[in-house]
Design a protein around this ligand. Structure first.
Ligand code: SAH
Length: 457
């Protein structure tokens, strides 16, 4: 196989980035935008010794799993890698991904998985679920003001205001801001010259409360004629917070450090379960509130609390899982590396009158051994929700020493999850339940909750 070869190939598998995989005489080709079941014509773009990459040129035979993506720009965007695949097939793919990783990397017996793995939790309506969106602002080749998204791996803005997974009111908000900018000749930021004012528009919404926040990220200290802009934006139902964030750096980081209020308050409120949260422009908050409730609900169910337990919530972020569990536990300890998130966690505890949750800022791999070995703090149940790279081995080691009855592992990367499950299975724990939760429909990502129970010795 050589570069620029054109081949016809049947797509038989799905890669980890959602691409179709087909074989030509045993040689595997990875083809972006091809759907499992398609027969496609593709042009080789890169040929390595044992495998290569190809660009989809033409679909010969459409897969029965193919659907028309709602966004006509889905292929350019790259945010939804598998929007052209039916939602049922997406769910199947995600469940299989988790299952295969647990078997291959985690060494979990297939027989056991058949018993303990629950159906994947998908969404009834897998669109318009994201409660947060960040739109870059710029100009097209003709100099027209535009906003949309960056084309995959570039900073070229593709104009698009009604993303199929974003909230429907986003378009109206963007319309108001762009019209205002045109009328008052306010320039978008230009990366090359480092001039112009408006860099990004951040929109966040409360799923339960329908409160809305708009934050303009600016390369300057103020928004001229802001009174006029805010009056127009205030007409959108639910508009509670209009702010600006100052970012004058030459950087890819979107938000600046300093925030100012243009109208209303600096935060909006939302609920997960019956816990109330304050969300500021900079706070971390899960982007799919409907599925977050499912995810935490599963963690709570797996923890099986009776009210007498001491619970650890490692990698706790703004304390979302901790607070969700606190009402049903004796004491909860949360550990999180970002100090600001810990401050948010403490505030959220207070906001909800929760007194049995304590939060520590620091690395889980340092705080947990310290609290256990020096202060003798125990744990009946340990919940972990680490970033993609999974848990540090020293965290797993301390957990094993602490001998909690249950470990509830929440994961956004089933490969590292499986690696850690293997470690725990070899040291006295067995998989009791597994559930995949689709937090990000149309993307290749999937969350998983695993219950690990201590085996009788
Ligand atoms: N459980 C939270 C957040 C999970 S995201 C929620 O559901 O909202 C993972 C979190 O782990 C992030 O907040 C990240 O800042 C934190 N983190 C990353 N490395 C860490 C470490 N070594 N020790 C503690 N926290 C860490």
């Amino acid at each position: 196989m050589r570069k620029n070869d054109v081949v016809t190939v049947a797509i038989e598998d799905i890669g980890i980035n959602g691409e179709g995989i087909g074989k030509v005489d045993g040689y595997a080709l990875f083809i972006k935008d091809a759907v499992i079941g398609d027969v496609v014509e593709a042009k080789v773009t890169k040929a390595k010794k044992n495998y290569g990459y190809a660009r989809l040129v033409n679909i010969h035979t459409k897969s029965k799993f193919r659907t028309d993506p709602r966004c006509d720009v889905a292929r350019q965007c790259g945010g939804c890698q598998i929007q052209a695949m039916s939602y049922e097939r997406q769910l199947e793919y995600k469940k299989e991904k988790v299952r295969n990783n647990l078997i291959r990397i985690g060494d979990v017996p297939e027989d056991l998985l058949r018993k303990v793995m629950e159906p994947i939790c998908g969404m009834e309506d897998p669109y318009h679920y994201r409660n947060k969106a960040q739109f870059p602002v710029g100009t097209d080749r003709e100099g027209n003001l535009i906003t949309g998204f960056y084309a995959g791996r570039t900073h070229q803005i593709i104009p698009h205001m009604d993303c199929a997974i974003g909230r429907e009111e986003n378009k109206d908000i963007l319309d108001i801001i762009l019209t205002f900018m045109k009328e008052y000749k306010i320039l978008p930021y230009d990366e090359t010259s480092h001039r112009g004012l408006v860099r990004h528009i951040l929109i966040r919404s409360g799923h339960r409360t329908n409160e809305i926040m708009v934050c303009l990220v600016i390369n300057g200290n103020e928004v001229p004629y802001s009174q006029i802009l805010t009056e127009r934006l205030a007409k959108i139902p639910g508009m509670k917070s209009i702010t600006y964030s100052i970012n004058r750096e030459k950087t890819n980081v979107i938000m600046g450090r300093e925030t100012g209020i243009l109208r209303g308050q600096e935060y909006i409120t939302d609920y997960i379960g019956d816990i109330r949260y304050h969300i500021s422009p900079l706070s971390f908050y899960q982007v799919n509130p409907v599925q977050t409730e499912q995810l935490y609900g599963t963690a709570l169910e797996y923890a099986g609390l009776s009210g007498n337990e001491t619970v650890w919530d490692l990698y706790c972020g703004i304390g979302t899982i901790s607070l969700f569990l606190a009402r049903k536990a004796k004491q909860v300890y949360g550990v999180e590396i970002v100090p600001q998130a810990v401050e948010d966690a403490k505030q959220n505890a207070q906001l909800n009158g929760i007194k049995n949750a304590e939060f520590y800022a620091g690395k889980a791999e340092e705080i947990l051994p310290e609290k256990y070995e020096k202060d003798g703090i125990q744990g009946d149940i340990i919940v972990v929700d680490p970033p993609r790279k999974g848990c540090e081995e020293s965290v797993l080691e301390t957990m094993v020493k602490m001998k909690p009855e249950k470990i509830v592992y929440v994961s956004c990367d089933s490969a590292t999850l499986a690696r850690d499950v293997k470690y725990l299975r070899e040291r006295g724990y067995e998989v009791g339940k597994v559930k995949a939760v689709d937090m990000f429909p149309h993307s290749v990502h999937v969350e998983t909750v695993v219950l690990l129970e201590r085996k009788a010795q």
